[in-house]
Design a protein around this ligand. Structure first.
Ligand SMILES: [Zn+2]
Length: 313
């Protein structure tokens, strides 16, 4: 069994290790040199075949593998949720992801990390080797990495790099700003009819993933966005924005968070999907009909896109 190799159904690399083939292909565990380890249901392979999402899926899997975050079995249902909420990163974010991945591959400061360009495109969520090499060169030029190989990055299949003192300092600043955050900012209408939605669905879904929901007190809000709200958004790991009733404040808060790089999970009641503002319609929304449904889907999407909050000790 340990000798079995197959094409990775996610990234299409040939000859990837099959660790376990349960129940005659009903679910297969792969150890792909680009995606890392994951288990996929036979019925989900067709969904993974959507070529346009394979780069992001591969990046998402590799990142979770590197961080040691559990990856639930990729069923078709779960894969649909993941695909519909995968972020599209800007070049600057991809460059940061690459530096963070290299840090995770560094067992001790000073260790040389080998990058194999064909396999490691996923570290930067890059489309191809050329894009990965571009980010690597940028990080070297910025002084965060030092190239140890004698051959240039652009003309060899692998490169050895090491994180520099400036690189460590930069990473430290970055991380203290994100990883420690446990708060989730909830932006939603203050209409009384929606209060149970917060208590019965949104708050418990957030808590079930290890985060702490934060909602501005309705009386303090007064339909204006003050410094306190801005500070609470900045202090949040991500935002849950329910746009049911189409309140301008909800769009403003979510838009502000998005603008400063905080992930936003959009939600809307199904009868209002048609009213969703034009500018945000391009993002996938969790569409719900009942509190129970929202609670379940939101918990799922948080796990799929952000991952559970790991305890800090
Ligand atoms: Zn793969």
């Amino acid at each position: 069994m340990s000798d079995t190799v197959k094409q990775c159904p996610i990234c299409k690399l040939e000859n990837q290790k099959v660790l376990a083939d349960h129940d005659y292909g009903d679910k297969v565990t792969y150890d792909c040199s680009r995606c890392g380890r994951y288990t996929i249901a036979g019925t989900a392979e067709a969904i993974a075949d959507r070529g346009d999402k394979s780069v992001q899926l591969s990046g998402w899997l590799r990142e979770r593998n590197l961080l040691g975050i559990d990856i639930p079995m990729l069923t078709s249902h779960f894969l649909e949720e993941v695909i519909s909420t995968l972020p599209i990163y800007r070049p600057s974010e991809k460059q940061n992801k690459l530096l963070q991945a290299i840090e995770l591959l560094t067992d001790y400061p000073g260790k040389a990390v080998e990058l194999k360009f064909e396999n490691d495109t996923s570290l930067a969520w890059a489309q191809n080797e050329q894009e990965l090499r571009h980010y690597l060169m940028s990080l070297i030029e910025r002084g965060f990495l030092k190239l140890l190989s004698l051959t240039p990055v652009y003309s060899s299949p692998t490169s050895y790099v090491v994180v520099t003192a400036d690189g460590w300092e930069y990473l430290e600043k970055k991380q203290s700003s994100l990883a420690d955050k446990t708060q989730v900012f909830v932006a939603m209408s203050f209409d009384k009819s929606l209060s149970p939605l917060y208590n019965n669905a949104i708050a418990p879904a957030i808590e079930s993933t290890g985060y702490r929901p934060y909602r501005v007190d309705a009386d303090l809000h007064l339909d204006r966005i003050d410094a306190k709200i801005i500070a609470e958004i900045k202090n949040s790991r991500f935002i849950v924005a329910d746009v049911t009733q189409q309140k301008a404040g909800v769009y403003y808060e979510a838009g502000f968070g998005h603008g400063i790089g905080i992930p936003v999970i959009w939600c809307v009641r199904s009868d209002e999907l048609k009213n969703v503002h034009f500018d945000t319609r391009q993002y996938n929304h969790i569409v719900w009909e009942t509190e129970v449904e929202l609670k379940e889907k939101l918990g799922y999407v948080i796990l799929a896109t952000i991952g559970a909050k790991r305890s800090s000790n």
